[in-house]
Write a protein that binds this ligand. Structure first.
Ligand SMILES: *Cc1c(COP(=O)(O)O)cnc(C)c1O
Length: 618
């Protein structure tokens, strides 16, 4: 667990406390506080200590000024700052000087004997941590603890700071707390007034004793470090799992018990890598987009998944799954497809391996996506129309599930995105992880460093995004940007912006964020791009959204189309309309001149030409 010492004021004392190596040092910028930091500068501190500015309803301009002046790495908001305030602050990061671009936002809430946790919800995506303090006369520094049992009902997975009256007398109580469920997401202890000789002057000996007495807890950072990967039960935080009809259990269970074992076999890995190289054409280039970078005054790299065989990232996953199916002795492959992209990728690998392939597709989609239907047929697949319901993707999925239940022994179901019951989201993510694996060494070659400042990807179900983020999930210096389709606008009723409009629900076998009506009926999504037209997101992304690890943006049809045209004209690359959504963020959000931003160019635009032509009347 981390330690934060707050309310620092005096230069010598700051240096003495810093020598104890806390993780955070807090400086209060609030004139009414007895600990107000009004000194000109903070002495040089070890890099491992995060300088934290504490503010109470301060003007954002002033916050930014002070963050820049003192090079603060975190801000703690102790007043009535709204979610919009936090969001505004987050969105102004481009104004921050160098080291502080990943400014951590800690929002404080005061608790006494009870607390309405629903207040936290709108803050989930706008701040990095919560801090729970004791409700008292002053904003902080009141010197007594609140009833920590309240935290038994903590509904979030966002890590929090525990604050309020922590002192030497609380060591025993802290030990008990750490062993209780309520501390599951407790990330740091925040101490202040109980260690003071006078306001702002800390007692070094007492702090030393505190650190020593709690050393087993404070030295153990591992447990509380956020995990963005799936856990052993198949969950990403509260999302994921396997919600399946009993009749599917044997199939899913067989896969769950075998997928990691099979993927770890050297022979499997060798065959997978070989096919990615010789058949798919990997590694896909990491291309520095010079003209696009000039236009937006930042360094933009494109990860060229569009150059893969079949024109998108989807083939990485279908190659992996067909090899998995073969290892498990399956002879028949089924899949569902909406726009036909996943159907084509599946039919392709079935042809490659000589396996029977049945693709379920809504009757309406079959009519809309004739070229892809023709491709699948030419590749030897049987395309079966789904005639029920709205005759689109979700109905095709229902048909595929029905088929699997009826053919549990010889059939493998290839799911095309990072969705479905566990282990699918994790398995698909691991197959797509080759994307970020390559980015690491390619960026090292070109920029001299493995980590970009941002990775960006569009999200339908979230497979290209999961692959692009995978090796960066636990690298805090890499910002993650997820781009959803806003369709005709978030409030238009015609969109697919799940992170904004979605609520927890179950779709296709997993618990995730899902667009639904009040009584839980799935809302029909809309986007101009068929690949983003999905009412949910994969459980990994639901978790990334909820914890605030990823920044979610939504892009309208028209902004996406313009961005697609722009890339064509500036770089000679016609992107898939899905990908155009990811590219459109440059018109919406600022980056710094020396930021390195890697965008997953998930697919090429050949399939969308007619759409582009209609739209622009070319
Ligand atoms: C299918 C598709 C997507 C969306 O799927 P994800 O699983 O979210 O990656 C994005 N881009 C292209 C080109 C696609 O074909």
């Amino acid at each position: 667990m981390r330690l934060k010492v707050c309310g620092m004021k005096y230069q010598d004392n700051i240096e003495q406390v810093a020598a104890l190596q806390p993780d955070y040092l807090g400086f209060i910028f609030y004139e009414k506080s007895a600990r107000n930091f009004d000194t000109e500068s903070i002495p040089e501190l070890p890099k491992s200590i995060k300088k934290t500015g504490v503010f109470v309803d301060a003007d954002i301009d002033i916050v930014i000024k002070l963050v820049n002046k003192h090079n603060l790495q975190a801000v703690q908001l102790h007043g009535k700052e709204s979610p919009e305030y936090c969001d505004d602050l987050k969105n102004r990061h481009a104004e921050l000087v160098s080291a502080s671009h990943n400014l951590e936002i800690i929002k404080v809430f005061s608790i006494k004997d009870e607390f309405d946790f629903s207040i936290l919800k709108p803050y989930e995506n706008t701040c990095n941590y919560f801090l729970f303090d004791t409700k008292g006369k002053h904003p902080g520094g009141n010197g007594y603890t609140f009833n920590w049992n309240v935290l038994n009902n903590y509904p979030s997975t966002k890590p929090f700071f525990l604050s309020g009256g922590l002192g030497l007398n609380e060591v025993e109580k802290i030990n008990q707390f750490v062993n209780s469920k309520a501390s599951k997401y407790c990330y740091a202890l925040d101490v202040n007034s109980k260690f003071e000789i006078e306001p702002g002057l800390k007692d070094i000996e007492d702090l030393k004793t505190f650190k020593k007495n709690l050393s087993s807890i404070l030295d153990n950072n591992k447990e509380i470090v956020m995990n963005y990967n799936v856990d052993e039960k198949g969950y990403y935080g509260e999302f994921g799992g396997a919600f399946i009809p009993e009749m599917l259990y044997p199939n899913v269970e067989e896969l769950r018990q075998n997928y990691l074992k099979v993927m770890a076999e050297p022979e499997f890995k060798k065959e997978f890598d070989q096919l990615l190289k010789d058949y798919v054409g990997r590694p896909s280039p990491l291309y520095f987009a010079k003209r696009l970078s000039e236009k937006y005054n930042t360094k933009i790299y494109l990860k060229r998944e569009d150059l893969n065989h079949t024109g998108a990232h989807k083939i990485n996953n279908t190659i992996g799954q067909i090899l998995m199916a073969k290892r498990l002795g399956k002879t028949r492959i089924i899949a569902e497809t909406g726009a036909g992209q996943h159907g084509v990728a599946t039919a392709t690998v079935c042809a490659l391996m000589g396996l029977e392939c049945i693709v379920y597709m809504g009757e309406i989609d079959i009519a809309r996506q004739a070229p892809n239907v023709a491709r699948m047929k030419m590749l030897g697949a049987t395309v079966v129309p789904a005639l029920s319901g709205s005759r689109t993707l979700k109905d095709a999925t229902n048909e595929a599930i029905r088929d699997w239940i009826n053919n549990p022994v010889n059939t493998h179901y290839i799911i095309g995105s990072a969705i479905g019951p566990h282990p699918y989201p994790d398995m698909v993510t691991r197959f797509q992880a080759v994307i970020s694996e390559e980015i690491k060494w390619q960026l090292k070659e070109q920029e001299g460093r493995k980590n970009p400042d941002y990775v960006v990807a569009c999200i339908g179900g979230g497979s290209n995004a999961a692959g692009t983020y995978y090796h960066y999930l636990h690298e805090p210096d890499v910002g993650i940007i997820a781009v959803e389709a806003a369709g005709l606008g978030i409030d238009s009723g015609e969109s697919a912006a799940t992170s904004v409009l979605g609520k927890e629900g179950i779709i296709h076998g997993c618990k995730t964020l899902l667009m639904q009506t009040k009584d839980g009926q799935i809302t029909e999504p809309y986007s101009i791009s068929a690949g983003l037209d999905y009412p949910g997101v994969g459980p990994m992304h639901a978790h990334l959204s909820k914890t605030g690890r990823a920044e979610f943006m939504s892009i309208t049809d028209s902004d996406a189309m313009e961005a697609g045209l722009e890339l064509s004209k500036l770089e000679g690359i016609i992107p898939a309309i899905e990908t155009s959504h990811a590219l459109a963020i440059f018109g919406q959000r600022e980056f710094k001149e020396d930021d390195v931003v890697v965008v997953s160019l998930s697919g090429r635009g050949d399939k969308d030409l007619e759409n582009y032509i209609d739209y622009f009347k070319i």
